[in-house]
Design a protein around this ligand. Sequence first.
Ligand code: PEP
Ligand code: MG
Length: 322
Amino acid sequence: FKTKLEEMKGKESVSRDGFKVEIAGNIGTPKDIDKVLENDGEGVGLFRTEFLYMDRDRLPSEEEQFEAYKIVAEKLKNKPLVIRTLDVGGDKDLPYLNLPKEMNPFLGYRAIRLCLDRTDIFRTQLRAILRASAFGNIKIMFPMISNLQEVRDAKAILEEVKEELRKENISFDNEVEIGIMVEIPAVAVHSDIFAKEVDFFSIGTNDLIQYTTAVDRGNQDISHLYNQYHPAVLKLIKMTIENGHKEGIWVGMCGEAAGDEKLIPLLLAMGLDEFSMSASSILKARWLIKNTSKKEVADMIDTILTLPTAEDVESFIDEKIL
Ligand code: PEP
Ligand code: MG
Protein backbone atom coordinates (compact mmCIF):
# COMPACT_ATOMS: atom_id res chain seq x y z
CA PHE A 1 0.00 0.00 0.00
CA LYS A 2 2.90 2.29 0.76
CA THR A 3 4.05 2.22 -2.86
CA LYS A 4 0.48 2.99 -3.92
CA LEU A 5 0.67 6.14 -1.84
CA GLU A 6 4.08 7.03 -3.27
CA GLU A 7 2.50 6.82 -6.70
CA MET A 8 0.10 9.58 -5.67
CA LYS A 9 2.95 12.10 -5.62
CA GLY A 10 2.86 14.54 -8.49
CA LYS A 11 -0.70 13.55 -9.37
CA GLU A 12 -3.71 15.84 -9.34
CA SER A 13 -6.43 15.29 -6.75
CA VAL A 14 -9.24 14.32 -9.11
CA SER A 15 -12.21 12.08 -8.35
CA ARG A 16 -12.86 8.92 -10.40
CA ASP A 17 -15.47 10.86 -12.35
CA GLY A 18 -13.25 13.85 -13.02
CA PHE A 19 -13.89 16.46 -10.31
CA LYS A 20 -10.81 18.27 -9.08
CA VAL A 21 -10.19 19.34 -5.48
CA GLU A 22 -7.18 20.67 -3.62
CA ILE A 23 -5.48 18.75 -0.82
CA ALA A 24 -3.41 20.97 1.44
CA GLY A 25 -1.59 20.65 4.76
CA ASN A 26 -2.04 22.20 8.20
CA ILE A 27 1.05 23.66 9.84
CA GLY A 28 1.86 25.09 13.26
CA THR A 29 5.47 26.22 12.79
CA PRO A 30 7.50 27.25 9.72
CA LYS A 31 9.50 24.03 9.76
CA ASP A 32 6.29 21.98 9.35
CA ILE A 33 6.16 23.13 5.74
CA ASP A 34 8.87 20.65 4.73
CA LYS A 35 6.64 17.69 5.65
CA VAL A 36 3.74 19.18 3.67
CA LEU A 37 5.92 19.55 0.58
CA GLU A 38 7.42 16.04 1.00
CA ASN A 39 3.88 14.68 0.96
CA ASP A 40 3.06 16.72 -2.12
CA GLY A 41 0.56 19.04 -0.44
CA GLU A 42 -1.00 21.49 -2.87
CA GLY A 43 -0.71 24.35 -0.41
CA VAL A 44 -1.32 25.17 3.24
CA GLY A 45 -4.97 25.48 4.23
CA LEU A 46 -4.24 26.44 7.81
CA PHE A 47 -1.17 28.06 9.33
CA ARG A 48 -1.88 28.19 13.06
CA THR A 49 0.12 31.26 14.06
CA GLU A 50 -0.28 30.72 17.79
CA PHE A 51 3.16 29.10 18.05
CA LEU A 52 4.76 32.51 17.49
CA TYR A 53 3.05 33.81 20.60
CA MET A 54 3.34 30.79 22.91
CA ASP A 55 6.12 29.49 25.15
CA ARG A 56 7.74 32.90 25.51
CA ASP A 57 7.41 35.94 27.72
CA ARG A 58 6.44 38.74 25.34
CA LEU A 59 4.60 39.37 22.08
CA PRO A 60 6.48 38.55 18.87
CA SER A 61 7.63 41.61 16.95
CA GLU A 62 6.39 42.49 13.46
CA GLU A 63 9.82 41.55 12.10
CA GLU A 64 9.87 38.11 13.74
CA GLN A 65 6.42 37.37 12.37
CA PHE A 66 7.23 38.69 8.92
CA GLU A 67 10.25 36.36 8.69
CA ALA A 68 8.20 33.34 9.76
CA TYR A 69 5.41 33.99 7.25
CA LYS A 70 7.79 34.89 4.44
CA ILE A 71 9.85 31.70 4.75
CA VAL A 72 6.74 29.56 4.39
CA ALA A 73 5.34 31.65 1.53
CA GLU A 74 8.61 31.37 -0.38
CA LYS A 75 8.93 27.62 0.12
CA LEU A 76 5.41 27.17 -1.24
CA LYS A 77 6.29 29.19 -4.34
CA ASN A 78 2.91 30.00 -5.87
CA LYS A 79 0.87 27.48 -3.94
CA PRO A 80 -1.72 29.00 -1.60
CA LEU A 81 -0.87 29.71 2.04
CA VAL A 82 -3.79 30.46 4.34
CA ILE A 83 -2.52 32.30 7.42
CA ARG A 84 -4.93 32.35 10.32
CA THR A 85 -4.68 35.32 12.63
CA LEU A 86 -4.06 34.75 16.33
CA ASP A 87 -6.39 32.15 17.86
CA VAL A 88 -5.53 32.17 21.57
CA GLY A 89 -7.75 31.90 24.60
CA GLY A 90 -9.82 28.82 25.30
CA ASP A 91 -7.21 26.24 26.26
CA LYS A 92 -4.32 28.29 24.81
CA ASP A 93 -3.16 30.82 27.36
CA LEU A 94 -0.59 33.60 26.91
CA PRO A 95 0.58 34.28 30.49
CA TYR A 96 2.20 37.61 29.58
CA LEU A 97 -1.13 39.06 28.47
CA ASN A 98 -2.63 38.48 31.93
CA LEU A 99 -5.92 37.37 30.45
CA PRO A 100 -8.78 37.20 32.95
CA LYS A 101 -9.69 33.82 34.43
CA GLU A 102 -13.04 32.90 32.93
CA MET A 103 -15.90 30.58 33.84
CA ASN A 104 -16.18 29.39 30.22
CA PRO A 105 -12.90 30.01 28.42
CA PHE A 106 -14.06 28.36 25.18
CA LEU A 107 -16.99 30.78 25.06
CA GLY A 108 -14.97 33.72 26.23
CA TYR A 109 -12.41 36.35 25.43
CA ARG A 110 -10.41 34.71 22.67
CA ALA A 111 -9.23 34.72 19.04
CA ILE A 112 -10.87 37.45 16.93
CA ARG A 113 -12.63 38.79 20.03
CA LEU A 114 -9.31 39.46 21.67
CA CYS A 115 -7.81 40.84 18.45
CA LEU A 116 -10.64 43.33 17.90
CA ASP A 117 -10.12 44.53 21.48
CA ARG A 118 -6.29 44.51 21.48
CA THR A 119 -5.98 46.10 18.04
CA ASP A 120 -2.31 46.84 18.72
CA ILE A 121 -1.63 43.08 18.63
CA PHE A 122 -3.89 42.57 15.64
CA ARG A 123 -2.38 45.39 13.58
CA THR A 124 1.15 44.16 14.15
CA GLN A 125 0.20 40.71 12.91
CA LEU A 126 -1.69 42.07 9.88
CA ARG A 127 1.27 44.23 8.92
CA ALA A 128 3.56 41.22 9.09
CA ILE A 129 1.20 39.05 7.03
CA LEU A 130 0.63 41.74 4.40
CA ARG A 131 4.34 42.38 4.04
CA ALA A 132 4.92 38.64 3.56
CA SER A 133 2.16 38.56 0.93
CA ALA A 134 4.60 40.20 -1.49
CA PHE A 135 6.58 36.90 -1.47
CA GLY A 136 3.94 34.28 -2.24
CA ASN A 137 0.28 33.40 -2.53
CA ILE A 138 -0.99 34.38 0.92
CA LYS A 139 -4.61 34.45 2.08
CA ILE A 140 -5.76 35.79 5.44
CA MET A 141 -8.24 33.96 7.65
CA PHE A 142 -10.02 35.13 10.81
CA PRO A 143 -10.80 32.55 13.53
CA MET A 144 -13.82 32.20 15.84
CA ILE A 145 -16.02 34.57 13.90
CA SER A 146 -19.51 34.53 15.42
CA ASN A 147 -21.21 37.56 13.90
CA LEU A 148 -20.95 39.72 10.84
CA GLN A 149 -19.83 42.86 12.64
CA GLU A 150 -16.60 41.08 13.56
CA VAL A 151 -15.92 40.39 9.88
CA ARG A 152 -16.59 44.00 8.98
CA ASP A 153 -14.45 45.35 11.82
CA ALA A 154 -11.57 43.00 11.00
CA LYS A 155 -11.72 43.96 7.32
CA ALA A 156 -11.84 47.67 8.20
CA ILE A 157 -8.70 47.34 10.31
CA LEU A 158 -7.01 45.41 7.51
CA GLU A 159 -7.85 48.24 5.10
CA GLU A 160 -6.32 50.77 7.49
CA VAL A 161 -3.16 48.70 7.77
CA LYS A 162 -2.97 48.42 3.96
CA GLU A 163 -3.26 52.20 3.68
CA GLU A 164 -0.49 52.62 6.23
CA LEU A 165 1.80 50.32 4.21
CA ARG A 166 1.00 52.20 1.00
CA LYS A 167 2.02 55.46 2.65
CA GLU A 168 5.29 53.84 3.73
CA ASN A 169 5.85 52.50 0.21
CA ILE A 170 5.95 48.93 1.47
CA SER A 171 4.76 46.40 -1.08
CA PHE A 172 2.11 43.76 -0.45
CA ASP A 173 -0.49 41.81 -2.41
CA ASN A 174 -3.32 44.27 -2.81
CA GLU A 175 -5.69 41.47 -3.90
CA VAL A 176 -5.03 39.27 -0.86
CA GLU A 177 -8.08 37.05 -0.24
CA ILE A 178 -9.91 37.31 3.08
CA GLY A 179 -11.71 34.35 4.59
CA ILE A 180 -13.22 33.18 7.83
CA MET A 181 -13.25 29.98 9.81
CA VAL A 182 -16.75 28.53 9.96
CA GLU A 183 -16.50 26.88 13.37
CA ILE A 184 -19.42 28.36 15.28
CA PRO A 185 -22.89 27.03 14.44
CA ALA A 186 -24.38 30.53 14.12
CA VAL A 187 -22.07 31.21 11.19
CA ALA A 188 -22.83 27.92 9.44
CA VAL A 189 -26.58 28.55 9.77
CA HIS A 190 -26.19 32.12 8.52
CA SER A 191 -23.51 31.29 5.96
CA ASP A 192 -25.64 32.56 3.04
CA ILE A 193 -25.14 36.07 4.43
CA PHE A 194 -21.50 35.71 5.52
CA ALA A 195 -20.61 34.43 2.04
CA LYS A 196 -21.41 37.83 0.57
CA GLU A 197 -18.64 39.51 2.58
CA VAL A 198 -15.64 37.19 2.30
CA ASP A 199 -13.59 35.43 -0.38
CA PHE A 200 -13.62 31.97 1.17
CA PHE A 201 -14.79 29.80 4.05
CA SER A 202 -12.77 27.19 5.88
CA ILE A 203 -14.82 24.87 8.05
CA GLY A 204 -13.20 24.20 11.42
CA THR A 205 -14.81 20.96 12.45
CA ASN A 206 -12.87 20.61 15.71
CA ASP A 207 -14.72 23.57 17.13
CA LEU A 208 -17.86 23.20 15.02
CA ILE A 209 -18.47 19.74 16.53
CA GLN A 210 -17.65 21.05 20.01
CA TYR A 211 -20.07 23.97 19.78
CA THR A 212 -22.85 22.20 17.88
CA THR A 213 -23.02 19.31 20.32
CA ALA A 214 -21.88 21.22 23.44
CA VAL A 215 -19.11 18.68 24.02
CA ASP A 216 -15.76 20.00 25.24
CA ARG A 217 -13.32 18.71 22.63
CA GLY A 218 -10.63 18.04 25.23
CA ASN A 219 -12.68 16.36 27.96
CA GLN A 220 -11.96 12.62 28.07
CA ASP A 221 -15.01 11.86 30.22
CA ILE A 222 -17.40 12.86 27.46
CA SER A 223 -15.30 12.01 24.42
CA HIS A 224 -17.84 9.34 23.41
CA LEU A 225 -20.24 12.20 22.66
CA TYR A 226 -17.78 14.02 20.41
CA ASN A 227 -18.58 12.63 16.97
CA GLN A 228 -17.85 13.95 13.49
CA TYR A 229 -20.62 11.77 12.02
CA HIS A 230 -23.35 13.52 13.99
CA PRO A 231 -26.03 14.22 11.38
CA ALA A 232 -26.51 17.77 12.70
CA VAL A 233 -22.85 18.52 12.08
CA LEU A 234 -23.04 17.07 8.57
CA LYS A 235 -26.10 19.21 7.81
CA LEU A 236 -24.23 22.34 8.88
CA ILE A 237 -21.26 21.39 6.71
CA LYS A 238 -23.47 20.79 3.66
CA MET A 239 -25.31 24.07 4.22
CA THR A 240 -22.05 25.99 4.49
CA ILE A 241 -20.65 24.53 1.27
CA GLU A 242 -23.86 25.19 -0.67
CA ASN A 243 -24.20 28.74 0.59
CA GLY A 244 -20.58 29.48 -0.22
CA HIS A 245 -21.00 28.18 -3.75
CA LYS A 246 -24.20 30.19 -4.29
CA GLU A 247 -22.14 33.32 -3.73
CA GLY A 248 -19.30 32.04 -5.86
CA ILE A 249 -16.70 31.60 -3.13
CA TRP A 250 -14.60 28.51 -2.45
CA VAL A 251 -15.11 26.41 0.65
CA GLY A 252 -12.41 24.42 2.42
CA MET A 253 -12.11 22.48 5.61
CA CYS A 254 -9.17 22.53 8.00
CA GLY A 255 -10.53 20.62 11.02
CA GLU A 256 -9.54 17.01 11.66
CA ALA A 257 -12.61 15.77 9.76
CA ALA A 258 -11.01 16.89 6.47
CA GLY A 259 -8.52 14.03 6.80
CA ASP A 260 -11.05 11.44 8.02
CA GLU A 261 -11.08 8.56 5.54
CA LYS A 262 -14.78 7.87 6.08
CA LEU A 263 -15.81 11.49 5.66
CA ILE A 264 -13.68 12.36 2.63
CA PRO A 265 -16.09 10.75 0.13
CA LEU A 266 -19.03 12.60 1.70
CA LEU A 267 -17.23 15.93 1.75
CA LEU A 268 -16.21 15.45 -1.88
CA ALA A 269 -19.83 14.70 -2.77
CA MET A 270 -21.06 17.78 -0.91
CA GLY A 271 -18.76 19.85 -3.10
CA LEU A 272 -15.93 20.74 -0.73
CA ASP A 273 -13.21 22.48 -2.75
CA GLU A 274 -10.21 22.22 -0.46
CA PHE A 275 -9.22 19.65 2.18
CA SER A 276 -6.51 20.72 4.62
CA MET A 277 -5.05 18.14 6.98
CA SER A 278 -1.92 16.92 8.71
CA ALA A 279 0.85 16.26 6.21
CA SER A 280 0.89 12.52 6.85
CA SER A 281 -2.72 12.16 5.64
CA ILE A 282 -2.37 13.96 2.30
CA LEU A 283 -1.41 11.08 -0.01
CA LYS A 284 -4.00 8.74 1.48
CA ALA A 285 -6.65 11.41 0.98
CA ARG A 286 -5.63 11.83 -2.66
CA TRP A 287 -5.81 8.08 -3.19
CA LEU A 288 -9.34 8.06 -1.70
CA ILE A 289 -10.49 10.95 -3.86
CA LYS A 290 -9.15 9.22 -6.96
CA ASN A 291 -11.08 6.09 -6.08
CA THR A 292 -14.39 7.80 -5.33
CA SER A 293 -17.10 8.81 -7.76
CA LYS A 294 -18.42 12.17 -6.63
CA LYS A 295 -21.74 11.69 -8.42
CA GLU A 296 -22.33 8.23 -6.98
CA VAL A 297 -21.88 9.44 -3.42
CA ALA A 298 -23.80 12.67 -4.09
CA ASP A 299 -26.87 10.54 -4.81
CA MET A 300 -26.64 9.14 -1.27
CA ILE A 301 -26.23 12.43 0.63
CA ASP A 302 -29.95 13.11 1.14
CA THR A 303 -30.44 9.62 2.52
CA ILE A 304 -27.45 9.93 4.83
CA LEU A 305 -28.76 13.20 6.24
CA THR A 306 -32.04 11.54 7.24
CA LEU A 307 -30.28 8.86 9.30
CA PRO A 308 -31.12 9.19 13.00
CA THR A 309 -27.73 8.83 14.67
CA ALA A 310 -24.00 9.24 14.15
CA GLU A 311 -23.62 5.47 14.48
CA ASP A 312 -26.10 4.97 11.64
CA VAL A 313 -24.13 7.39 9.48
CA GLU A 314 -20.88 5.60 10.18
CA SER A 315 -22.31 2.15 9.40
CA PHE A 316 -23.90 3.46 6.21
CA ILE A 317 -20.53 4.76 5.06
CA ASP A 318 -18.82 1.46 5.97
CA GLU A 319 -21.39 -0.64 4.15
CA LYS A 320 -22.32 1.43 1.11
CA ILE A 321 -19.39 3.72 0.33
CA LEU A 322 -16.00 2.38 1.42
C1 PEP B 1 -10.96 23.80 14.13
O1 PEP B 1 -11.56 24.30 15.08
O2 PEP B 1 -11.44 22.85 13.46
C2 PEP B 1 -9.63 24.27 13.73
C3 PEP B 1 -9.05 23.87 12.62
O3 PEP B 1 -8.99 25.13 14.56
P1 PEP B 1 -8.25 24.71 15.91
O4 PEP B 1 -8.19 23.20 15.93
O5 PEP B 1 -6.92 25.37 15.86
O6 PEP B 1 -9.17 25.27 16.94
MG1 MG C 1 -10.88 26.19 15.95
